[in-house]
Write a protein that binds this ligand. Structure first.
Ligand SMILES: Nc1ncnc2c1ncn2[C@@H]1O[C@H](COP(=O)(O)OP(=O)(O)OP(=O)(O)O)[C@@H](O)[C@H]1O
Length: 260
């Protein structure tokens, strides 16, 4: 399964007939099994791009293809995880995890799969617990389990660990990498954290400019698990930062809030 993003532009309507173009002429390809991180400064349109890939937002122009099918809306084969946990408060941990599958009637092996994920996510013993009794990190693990239970082909994550403490974040980053390697998922992960982008992605798509375009796509050829203190990590980080600074300098005369 291959995702082709062909020349997409996204313009938001503003009051008084004005428009704001956030993304312009975006082209890239994601291969099956890639772990792609989308990196860029706050407000550059990362969430917009992810929501478009999820089929939750329409493009203004351009097309996105999954194999030979055009994305025209959301689909269970593309699962999305947001920054803040969004569990249903009246359902327990296990009920939250299986909720979407039950709704779609995908009940084969559901309990087995739920138990597997509960185990992998370190939630054993918390199956009957309700969301208000969970820490933020645990709630996000439940959301991750919920987004994985339907065997999605593509997992889309919007800064999923940004609000977590350092230790929980490191733990969940490791778990996600392990899961991606075992299940051979395609992952698209939005972050504004350069270290997280390089730590996790085999490809880093750097966004920049106003409106945002692709500054560069980096192939990160480092083995997993990656070591942030290694020399190679430092060198990759430096080259990503350099590109980001070049893009920023190229655009510095533009007003970041420029509206059309
Ligand atoms: N519905 C909307 N209408 C108008 N403008 C919007 C809308 N949604 C987002 N924007 C604007 O589009 C730009 C990009 O927003 P987006 O949330 O995609 O950026 P981001 O890179 O994900 O930011 P962050 O890292 O802070 O989450 C911002 O300037 C935002 O204000």
């Amino acid at each position: 399964m291959k995702i082709r993003v062909e020349n997409i532009t996204k313009t938001y309507p503003l009051p008084k007939g004005k428009q704001f173009t956030v993304l312009k002429n975006i082209n890239f390809t994601i291969n099956e099994g890639d772990f792609v991180t989308i990196l860029g400064e706050s407000g550059c349109g990362k969430s917009t791009l992810l929501n478009i890939l999820a089929g939750l937002l329409p493009v203004s122009s351009g097309e996105i293809w999954v194999d030979n099918k055009k994305i025209v809306g959301p689909h269970p084969s593309r699962s999305i995880l947001f920054q803040q946990p969004n569990l249903l408060p009246w359902l327990s941990v296990e009920e939250n995890i299986v909720f979407g599958c039950k709704l779609r009637g995908e009940v084969d092996n559901l309990r087995f799969r739920a138990n597997q994920l509960i185990d992998i996510m370190g939630l054993s013993g918390f199956e009957k617990v309700y969301p208000h009794e969970l820490s933020l990190g645990m709630a996000q693990r439940v959301c991750l389990a919920r987004s994985l239970i339907g065997h999605p082909d593509v997992l889309l994550l919007d800064e999923p660990f940004a609000s977590l403490d350092t230790f929980t974040r490191i733990h969940l980053q490791e778990e996600l990498i392990d899961f991606w390697q075992v299940e051979k998922l395609t992952v698209i992960f939005v972050t504004h954290d350069i270290d997280e982008a390089i730590l996790m992605g085999n490809k880093v798509i750097l966004l920049g400019g106003h409106p945002s375009g692709i500054v560069k796509i980096f192939d990160i050829r480092m083995n997993y698990p990656r070591d942030m203190t290694s020399k190679i990590f430092f060198l990759v980080r430096t080259s990503v930062l350099k590109k980001f600074e070049e893009a920023f300098t190229d655009n510095k005369n533009l007003n970041p809030g420029e509206k059309e």
